[in-house]
Every structure is written in C-alpha cells, then in structure tokens.
Write a protein that binds this ligand. Structure first.
Ligand code: BGC
Length: 865
C-alpha cells in the first residue's frame, strides 16, 4: 500500500535519525549505487527471466494501476516496485520538495557543471523519498516561443540542450536514480499534443530534434526514454519501430527501457515495435491482450522477453534489487539543495537591457521603491503541469526585494488584483469604468462530442462561449464524469473600429478566420466597423482537464487611468509576464502580453522613467509596444523557490548577471522562422492536425540568419555589469579533432562571468548549411583586469552533418571556420580549421544489447566532471 504523502512525511519525521539538524543537512558523501560489470548483470537477468512465469513477465510490461506512478513488484524473486516521480524541476507529489529553477533557466546558465549538480541534487531529493525513476529531463526543442512546455526544456539549440541534459543525467544517475529523457520525439508544441502529427525531413530529424536524445542516451547514459504523444511522419511515436527499435536501440545501442507517455500506448503490438513499459498502467498491454497477440503472432515471446530483460537490466545495474531505495540519512528539506537552487536561479537571469547603465542599484541611495505587477507577489516558481513542485518555502520577487533593502527604505507594493490578469475587470482597478461591451459574438452552433470515441451528443445554438462542467451541468446527454470536446462556431460582428482583445479561460483553442492560433489566453486584433470574422473555439478534454472554459471579446479602452505612486519613487519595478495558468503542459500560449500588463508598463514608465521590467516565462513575449522606453529589462524564466532572492541579488549588484539566452527572442512572432507552420493545419483525409516543419534546419537563429531579420535579442545574448574581450584564437589538431584556445579578459571594473560561445560555419558544402551552429561553450569567471586562456575541444564528430541526398552523416567537404563570441550575433574572432581528413568515425554498430553483450553505460562509471 502507498502511504499518503502527508502521513509518509509524518512517519519519516519521527524517525530518530532525522533530527531537525539532520533533516536539512546533507551527509558529506552519499554512498554510490552498486556497480556491476555488464556480464554479471546479464547473467542475473538470465537467471531471473528463467524463473519468471509468463503472467509475471506480462505484469512487468505495464505500470501499477494502484498509483499510476510505479512498476509492479515480483516479491518472490526480490524484484521491487520501481517508484517514479515527475519531473525535471524537482520532486512532485511526494510532499513538499525543493523547487528548482525550470529547465530553460538551467540552460540559460550555460554551465555544464551546474547541470550535473542540479541532476545530483534531484537525485538526492529522490533518494530521500525512495524514488527510483525520475521523469526528466525534457529535451524537446523550442521551435516556437509559443510552446506551452518550453520552460521545461533547454531552449532551441540541440548542442546546448544535449550538453546540459547529459550532465543532468550523469548527475542524477550517479546518485542511483534513473533519468527519463522525454518526449521522444517531435513533441515541440502542446497544441493537440495527443493527436498531432509532426512532419519533418530526415536531415531535420537527425540534426536537430533527435540530437539531444542521442546525446542524452550516449554521453549522458540515460536508462529510460519516454515516448511522445504525437505522431511522427505517419506513425505514432509510441511504438514507432523505426524510432525506437532501429534508431534508439540498434543504431545508438540504448540498453534501457522505453516507457510510454501517460496513456500514449496505442496497441499491445507497440511492445513489438519498441515499447517496453506501458504507463501509467496496463490499459492496452494486459494479460488478455498479450496472450491474444501471441496467439495471433502479432507479438513474439522473444519480444516480450526483451522488454522484460531491459527493465531487469536497468534495475539490476542501478542496484535496485540490492536493498531499499529510500535513504533515511538524506534530508527531505536539504539546505544544500536549496542553496544550489538559489545559485542556479541567480546565474540564469538574463539582463536584456541596461541603458543607460542603470543597474546595479545602489541600495543605500534608495528611499522609496515601488513594485507592481501580478508576478511580484504571486511569483510563479514554475510553469504549469506535471513539472510543478510544491516547495517548503518560497520567496516572491516582492519579498526578495524587501529582504535585500535596509529597513528605512520604503518598499511600496501596488496590490492590483491581477491574480486573474486576463480578465477585463482589471481595467476597472485603474479607476476608470469601461462601458459593458456590446454583444459582438454571435454563436451559431455549439457541438459537444464525448471522448474517447467521439460520439456526437449535442448540437445546439448557444448564447455565449462558456461551459462549466464543475459548477453547472454539462450539456444534455453528457454526464459530469464524462470527458468531451466542445466546439463553438461563431461570428464576430464588429460594431466600431478599434482594438479588440479576446480573453480565454481554460485554454480553449482558437481559430480566427482560417488561421489556427493555438491556445492564446489573450489575443488582440484590429477590427474594422461592419466586418464579420468567423471564430471557432474548441475546448478539448472538458471534464478531465479544464472544468471551466470561456471566451470573451471586448474592445480595448484607449487608456486606463488610476493612481500611480510611481512618480515619486526612486525606482519602479514592474513584474509581469507569464505564469502556470497560461504557460504549461497541455496548452500553448499567445505571444502578446495581456493588454492590462502592457498598459501597466506604459503607465508606470510614463510616470517614472526609472522603470525596470522583470519578465517571467519560458521564452520571449512581444515587447514592441514598450521596450524602447524602458531602460532595464530582465528575463527571469521560472526561478523556483528562491526567485525573489535571486532577483534582488542581481538588482542590487550582489551578483553580476551571467545568464545568456538559450533561445532567440523574436521581435515579432511573424518573423519567427516557424511562424507559418505553427500550430498546424487540418488536411484532407486525416482526422488529426499536422504540423509541417517545413523550415527544416532553418529555424531559430539558423532561420534568422537565413531570412536576414534581426531578432529582438539573439540566441546566446546576455549583458553583464562588466565587459569582456577575446584575443589570440588558435586551433590545434589533436587525435580526433581540434583544441580551440583563446584568451578572455575582463576589461571592466567588476568581477563577472563571460560565456564564450563557439560556432562553426561551413561555407563550401554542396547543400545549404546554416550560417553558423553552436558546437562548444564555456563559462569563465574573471576579476577586473584578469585574463585567462581557455580551451574548448572541437571533436571531428561535431563537424558532421546529415547529408540530405546521401542520407547519412558526412564530414564537411569544404572549409570549416570557427567563430567565437558572446552571442550568435556578437562574433569577435574567426579562424579557419585546416582541411579535415575523410571521416574517422566508426559506422553505427548493430544492437549489442540484444545479443547479451552490454555496452558500458557511462552513467555509473563517468560521474567525474
Ligand atoms: C506528461 C509527462 C509526465 C507524465 C506523468 C504526461 O502527461 O507529458 O511529461 O511525465 O504525464 O505525469
């Protein structure tokens, strides 16, 4: 039986080993997981396999329905129940835990060592709670800023993502906890994630979207991969023979397990095509379905045994059969982990703008500080969904600012009730009444179909776009516990010309005219008097996900007015941006900030030019309407439990900003290279939407370099309170590549951290290549006036690209130039590499794991950095 989190916590709290002192202090060196030679592991797997009954084997192919977060135990053979937990930013649903900054924040540190420590810390948190398998990291790619889960991932670049994720994995697995790299693959938006089909050519798949996974299982040694909900190039990702059997297991030699994302399994045959574990429970993979599939020869005994073998191999290699996973000597509320979470948060903040030099603030000269915005008091620690963590304690931006200032400084907070920042009533808070908008939406038809079998239930005319499963009754013929998809077909009839804001609740998807908008929470459009615009609103998973869905449209008032103490303040700090209600799992978001937030920035900054904007969110938002008049802008992602302390240390100069963007910040969403191919379209003959990655490898900065547009802030960008210079770039050949060395100097007056980025540029190829691609990076700490020589290795393998015609990895034929700088658009030096000899790489091996000879898994043997 599984103990409730609260009870478990109480019981553990009474164990004498965990005195108050011990509960927050970390033992100096936690024992490592057991080490087994691969042959020993395989022998033990063989023994267990020979003793398992068929029924027991089948039970190991799916999760335990009792909790949906574990595998089943076979007690008589000492095979334990393997306990799982979400997710990439800390331990979810096992009582309070350390809430770490989100994945995108970790990526913004460009610090591999920190990624290793972050993974190790989550490993210790997991072990303290008896967890065997952590459901992270997520390594999908930020192809569009609108993806609701960007915050969990590591940005747009496959190299940066792969590097950070593989260190994270090495860190957690060195603590004896499995990492699960997810979601394999092409799950780069949340819009219709359960059904959408991602289409991409082989080159794009190999070079961009598969790269982080390949690194995570190769360099990182991840023992588990989670399949994705979406389809890829015509086949479901879960149970995709080519992806899972041929590429992952055979080409890459992955020895571990593929588990399905929750409810993503399509059929029991998925076991034959590479799935090893159906989660959260045996829904498609049951005793009956497996037996029938065996009889019908859709599944072989060998395939079942292979899936079980993989699970056992993983469990034995990690020492899970040797004793209990829970480590009572590790604290539940660890001081060490909390300090690390703060360190990551501080290092991840990106100073986007500081002109004229305004930060750091001199705290002694401040008498009166005023703080605004919905995120100041209710600072989001993390985006929405399964990555959420309930922390022991949390420091809001407001609190962090207050704590950092002397008692005499007055910190005034304007408590605008923007906790529902997307409601029109916010405008009223400014003291100005706006007229009740005339009814401008004419709802022609509401259709409600029950899921999962899509039986049409209700079609009727409706008065407004609003449905509430929880408070009111669902439509006739649908019971409250039934899940449904509700669609409204309506027309917007425009009474007067002007800006209109469409405000949604419950993440419905929106189609305006012929354009799919995804799931914006706020969308502003200029509409002309007398025009009429078709509007389709679809609410998915009503009854399961969102209980309440509504859409309203109102005219945006010209200007909101109200009382602003900003004028008399020494500095005004406006904390706006996204939060878990608008950015999270299962829904994408819009690019614009809600008008109420834009007006807040405008109003405060016109009252006081000393205005700082602090943004939360997993990627860029539209800043065009205000960026030019704001002197300071900080991107803070989701900073976890210590957000306020981290922000204050940057504002007041206790720390020098060192975060750099892991994704391009678009000026306008229309300039984003994937804009025309987002979120996807419905095509003749297909019941599901399709997103075509037509931009191919030319997305993100690779796309901007091709289109010639200037992004608002380029990939890799980040300001510091000091300045740096680079000199003496050289490339020296070594056995399997080159060592690039250069000197970096701190030319300013403060200590600081430079993030040196190394790009390669291939100009002599017969096939189009991006202008430059990231292939190395290093953080360097320097005192004022100090200079250091740094070395970055550039293996030949990282120069290879996927040739679209030859359909294989090739070495560049032409010249390779190496470029170093401080962002993708701030290249300071270039050098040509001597001509590279033909490939020195070995061809991919056939699957060594299925023959019984296991490859050495780096996770347990290479934990040194
Ligand atoms: C998410 C996964 C998560 C799983 C278990 C799914 O809906 O996509 O990322 O690990 O649920 O909570």
């Amino acid at each position: 039986m599984r103990l409730g989190a609260g009870l478990l916590f109480l019981l553990l709290a009474s164990v004498p080993l965990r005195s108050e002192e011990q509960r927050t202090a970390e033992p100096s060196s936690p024992p490592n997981p057991s080490h087994h030679a691969p042959e020993v592991v395989e022998r033990r797997v063989d023994q267990l396999l020979s003793k398992l009954t068929q029924e027991e084997k089948i039970s190991l192919l799916a999760g335990d329905s009792a909790d949906g977060m574990s595998t089943l135990a076979i007690r008589r053979l000492g095979i334990p129940k393997l306990v799982m937990a979400d997710g990439p930013q800390g331990i979810r649903a096992h009582g309070p835990a350390c809430s770490f900054p989100s994945g995108i924040a970790l990526a913004a540190t460009w610090d591999q060592k920190l990624a290793y420590e972050y993974g190790s810390a989550i490993g210790r948190e997991a072990k303290a709670r008896g967890i065997h398998i952590q459901l992270g990291p997520g390594v999908n790619i930020a192809r569009t800023p609108l993806n609701g889960r960007n915050f969990e991932y590591y940005g747009e670049d496959p190299y940066l993502t792969g590097e950070m994720a593989s260190r994270w994995i090495q860190g957690i697995q060195a603590q004896g906890v499995i990492a699960t790299v997810k979601h394999f693959v092409g799950n780069d938006e949340e819009w219709r994630r359960m059904e959408i089909e991602s289409l991409m050519d082989e080159q794009t798949l190999r070079e961009i979207y598969l790269q982080p996974f390949q690194k995570a299982v190769g360099q990182g040694g991840a023992w588990a991969v989670m399949s994705a909900y979406n389809k890829l190039n015509g086949f479901p990702s879960t149970g995709n023979d080519r992806l899972q059997n041929r590429i992952l297991k055979q080409e890459w030699g992955f020895p571990g397990i593929v588990m399905s994302d929750w409810w993503a399994t399509q059929d029991v045959k998925d076991i034959a095509t590479g799935l090893d574990l159906e989660m959260p429970m045996g829904y498609k993979v049951t005793k009956e379905s497996v037996t029938k599939a065996l009889q019908e020869k859709k599944l072989s005994q060998e395939q079942i045994d292979q899936a079980v073998r993989r699970l056992l191999r993983m469990a034995i290699s990690m020492g899970f059969l040797n004793g209990k996973q829970e480590r009572n000597d590790l604290p539940l509320d660890s001081k060490q982990n909390a300090a690390l979470a703060l360190d990551v948060a501080t290092k991840s903040i990106v100073l986007l703008k500081n002109s004229p030099t305004f930060l750091p603030l001199d705290r002694k000269s401040l008498r009166h500080v005023v703080v605004y915005g919905p995120n100041a008091q209710d600072t989001p620690a993390v985006g929405g969904g399964s990555g959420g963590v309930e922390p022991f304690r949390k420091v809001s931006f407001l609190q962090g600012i207050r704590d950092a200032l002397p008692k005499e400084t007055e910190v005034f907070y304007v408590p605008m009730p923007l906790s529902k920042p997307f409601s029109l009533s916010n405008f009223l808070e400014f003291g100005k009444e706006i007229p009740v908008p005339p009814r401008i939406v004419d709802v022609r038809r509401m259709t409600c179909v029950t899921q999962p079998n899509f039986t049409k239930v209700t079609v009727r005319r409706d008065r407004k776009i609003s449905i509430s499963w929880t408070h009111r009754s669902p439509p006739e013929g649908v019971s409250k516990d039934q899940e449904a998809r509700v669609t409204w077909d309506a027309e917007i009839k425009v009474p007067v010309s002007g800006n209109y804001e469409l405000l949604t609740e419950g993440h419905p998807e929106i189609r305006l005219g012929n354009r799919e908008l995804g799931n914006p929470e706020s969308y502003v459009m200029l509409l002309e008097k007398g025009s009429s615009v078709p509007l389709r609103v679809t609410a998915n998973e009503v009854g399961r996900g969102s209980g309440h869905v509504s859409v309203r449209i109102g005219i945006v008032p010209e200007e909101a007015t109200g009382l602003y103490p900003a004028k008399s303040a020494d500095v005004a700090i406006v904390c706006v941006g996204l939060n878990p209600d608008v950015e999270g799992e299962g829904y994408d978001r819009g690019f614009a900030l809600p008008v109420a937030q834009q007006q807040l920035i405008a109003k405060v900054s016109s009252a006081n030019p000393r205005t700082i904007v602090v943004l939360s969110g997993g990627a860029a938002v539209d800043m065009r309407t205000w960026i030019d008049r704001i002197p300071v802008v900080l991107q803070t992602w989701y900073l976890g439990q210590s957000a306020g302390t981290a922000l204050a240390s940057i504002l007041f100069g206790d720390a020098n900003p060192s975060g750099h963007l892991p994704c391009t910040f678009d000026r306008s969403i229309e300039e984003n290279p994937s804009f025309h191919e987002y979120p996807g379209t419905f095509q003749e003959g297909k019941d599901w939407p399709v997103v075509n990655y037509k931009e191919g490898i030319f997305y993100g900065y690779r796309g901007y370099d091709r289109s010639g547009h200037d992004p608002l802030f380029p990939f890799g960008f980040g300001l510091s309170y000091t300045s740096f210079d680079l000199s003496l770039l050289t490339a020296s050949p070594i056995a399997d590549g080159h060592t690039i060395s250069l000197d970096v100097a701190n030319t300013g007056k403060r200590s600081g951290v430079a993030v040196i980025q190394l790009y390669i540029s291939l100009t002599g190829e017969s096939t189009p290549r991006p202008l430059r691609e990231l292939k190395g990076f290093q953080r360097v700490e320097l005192n004022p006036g100090e200079s250091k020589k740094i070395k970055i290795s550039l293996p030949d393998s990282s120069l290879m690209y996927w040739h679209p015609l030859k359909n294989e990895w090739v070495m560049p034929e032409g010249q390779v130039s190496v470029e170093v700088g401080f962002s993708e658009r701030d290249i300071r030096m270039k050098a040509l590499l001597p001509k590279i000899e033909p490939p020195r790489l070995e061809p991919p091996k056939s699957d060594p794991t299925e023959s019984g000879s296991l490859r050495l898994v780096p996770s347990l043997s290479t934990n040194a950095l």
